[in-house]
Ligand binder design. Sequence first.
Ligand SMILES: *[C@@H]1O[C@H](CO)[C@@H](O)[C@H](O)[C@H]1NC(C)=O
Ligand SMILES: *[C@@H]1O[C@H](CO)[C@@H](O)[C@H](O)[C@H]1NC(C)=O
Ligand SMILES: *[C@@H]1O[C@H](CO)[C@@H](O)[C@H](O)[C@H]1NC(C)=O
Ligand SMILES: *[C@@H]1O[C@H](CO)[C@@H](O)[C@H](O)[C@H]1NC(C)=O
Ligand SMILES: CC(=O)N[C@H]1CO[C@H](CO)[C@@H](O)[C@@H]1O
Length: 844
Amino acid sequence: MNNKIMSGKMCMMMMMLIMVGFLIATTSFASSNVTYDHRALLIDGKRRVLVSGSIHYPRSTPEMWPDLIKKSKEGGLDIIETYVFWDLHEPAKGQYDFSDRKDLVKFVKLIGEAGLYVHLRIGPYVCAEWNYGGFPLWLHFIPGMQFRTDNEPFKKEMQKFTAYIVDLMKKNKLYSSQGGPIILSQIENEYGNIDSHYGSAGKSYIKWAANMALSLDTGVPWVMCQQADAPDPIINTCNGFYCDQFTPNSNQKPKMWTENWSGWFTSFGGTIPYRPVEDLAFSVARFYQRGGTMQNYYMYHGGTNFGHTSGGPFITTSYDYDAPLDEYGDVRQPKWGHLKDLHKAIKLCEAVMVATDPTHSSLGPNLEATTYKTKSGLCAAFLANVGNQSSATVKFKGNSYQLPAWSVSILPDCKNVVLNTAKINSMAVLPKVIPQSLKYNLDSSGDIQSSWAWFREPVGISKTQTVTKLGLLEQINTTADKSDYLWYSSSIIIKDDEPALQNGSQAVLHVQSLAEAATRFAPTGDHKISVDIPATLNVGKNTIDLLSLTVGLANYGAKFELIGAGVTGPVSLRSSNGRLTLDLSSQSWTYQVGLKGEDLDLPSGSSSLWDSSAFPKNQPLTWYKTSFEAPTGADPLALDFTGMGKGEAWVNGRSIGRYWPTLSSPESGCKDHCDYKGAYTSNKCRKNCGKPTQELYHVPRSWIKPSDNVLVVFEEIGGDPTQISFATKQVGSLCSHVSDSHPPPVGMWNTDQTGEKKLGPMLLLECPSPNHVISSIKFASFGTPQGSCGSYTHGKCTSVQALPLVQKACVGARSCSIGVSIDTFGDPCRGVKKSLAVEAICGQ
Ligand SMILES: *[C@@H]1O[C@H](CO)[C@@H](O)[C@H](O)[C@H]1NC(C)=O
Ligand SMILES: *[C@@H]1O[C@H](CO)[C@@H](O)[C@H](O)[C@H]1NC(C)=O
Ligand SMILES: *[C@@H]1O[C@H](CO)[C@@H](O)[C@H](O)[C@H]1NC(C)=O
Ligand SMILES: *[C@@H]1O[C@H](CO)[C@@H](O)[C@H](O)[C@H]1NC(C)=O
Ligand SMILES: CC(=O)N[C@H]1CO[C@H](CO)[C@@H](O)[C@@H]1O
């Protein structure tokens, strides 16, 4: 590693960070007493200001966990928060599974070993855009069952599972009171959003849930989020895009934020939401300014909905969430870096924040100063401009400060600004997606055609195990979600002497279903959809086969277990000449749960029934199989399903999820530039208009071997498997744009003992991989450069020295830092506010 530019000051700072980490790591081995008061959580009697982030263990692989945890710690998290997924752990009543991605104990232990805490949100209702909100399907079939209310069968199972998880944690000594990392637990989840639908039974249910949880005696506090009436001593916490105005339901409880949505989830057929980091940082800084002491990013790493875990309906396989760590586990810059700087700035205020209550004062319209000040002379301040239009200059304790609109400045000594949420010091990284064709393990003929085998899924009933009933059955009741697919099959006899029809008459089959159903579906806000299918009627027996499929079961809303899925009816047939109309809804129907290919275990690739003759393209209901070599390198890997329609794919027998690249997002609703100023909502910042919602599907590296990997695809509507390709993700450009009014990078200003001669603004670049150095500078301009990463342009004012100086400082080094001032570059335009923009490339 060539690191010639790193200054002595920076080294000192890094050493300090390592020491802090070490201290936390050692304390986590001894048992700690976690309590709370009105200001904060207390760990061994000491109030703490804590930063937390959500990572859901089954949305990545155990091989990815250590790196995700390491990057969380480097990003400044103290706590990792996860839900517990009941459906994974108890797939059949009384049978438990904690293997592989379900290894909760291992996940919690790894977090503890890294020196971080855990918030275990047991739920066991989790929402989470997860299939059925995390409930196992068998729950639905218990007689008298009603979810999430004062219902004996439900309470019995909820208590049994919650106790099972608490016991498992206790057996492994994972609670803080036992020396483990778990400092908080959650019971229920956002019930306050929907409790009005349950009347008084909802109220008594929450009391019961609170008492049940407390009786489990974990030794650490419990929280309920979005539950204004959470009974004492359970802490009610806030979820939302902003929680600065939240107050808990007792002046004995601390102000805590359990879900701060770092972005938003994506649905098939929708555009892709994102949240500008300036706004996210603003919301977090405001929360700590207004007395908050623990907040959690939902999500810090979103990950992937493998298999059938996505909820919905129609939640995409990617659960990227625009989180600080992207779907593949890479840092998303500048989001990750800016939040890391923010966490450092907040931690510089921790000592005084926990010692006292905040005092707020107005500095003018939309301008608020908050001071934390102790008698012993400690002082920290937050200055906020909550206006969404213009920046302001404020006077505070005799000094004057410039506050951009919708921003907070943090002053750990009530004097020097170490960070303003709208001024990003962190570099941005443009990812580069590199297409790679699928490398087949070709047989001797070397022919792509012969490298694919296929199997035609029969239309209609093909299994011996079927159910025949009068009338249309609800799908979830019928399949128990054992498969996405349900065949509805029936027939009508047209008699020879039917006066209304001739042999070969045209007709229309009208099918009414719930939104999740039917092969010609389109997600709409409306739950009911209907389709009209042209049909030809022949004299004699006419068979009607309908394939209904689910794309993730509902996970949210009051009584979501009653929503249902499938063909609800009416199903009717009308001849084109209008002389015959038949309602088929209540006649006899035969049902087949699942596909023949699923029964034959085709996803494993091992069946002997594969056909290796020339395969058909663009045919519905077709299985395909090939074997391939792993793309070289260790970069994150995805399959690009462009060319395919809709279906599911398995790599070496493991489902990488449902794919649906043919469904595009609406043409409108996206903006080139999303202004971070002003209140964020999930629809405010959208991208990817008019393009397929999801083309790339994550394949964890640990799931593949160097060669002889098996890819199996089930295509529902028709596609060409030879078009399937790989994509790897690499670092494209590093960019940074820092103005001469930016505060210096956090932690650098106070390295000077006198506290007076502080450093100025600085631009920092670093190649993410330790094996890389900055190989070239694509752009550098000091003056008034414009544009964004990848498309910077020189302004009217620009220093000719910028490029050679930046090249000299950076090329050949993994990281570099450059002072953003006329001292470095000379002054190309007196009296004008200047900035430095750089785009750099990393290489070997
Ligand atoms: C835990 O701390 C609280 C107050 O901070 C104290 O009242 C309690 O006795 C402590 N419990 C243990 C087991 O040390
Ligand atoms: C009806 O038409 C079909 C298809 O053209 C044909 O196969 C069948 O034999 C015809 N049946 C009668 C009774 O004419
Ligand atoms: C499933 O079946 C039960 C019992 O027949 C019925 O009460 C319930 O409404 C059905 N569920 C749905 C979603 O239709
Ligand atoms: C911007 O501020 C104005 C005035 O306070 C307010 O009415 C408006 O809703 C704000 N817009 C956003 C997007 O927050
Ligand atoms: C009320 C609400 O919209 N809650 C959502 C908050 O965000 C989480 C994570 O995306 C969802 O699970 C909740 O449904």
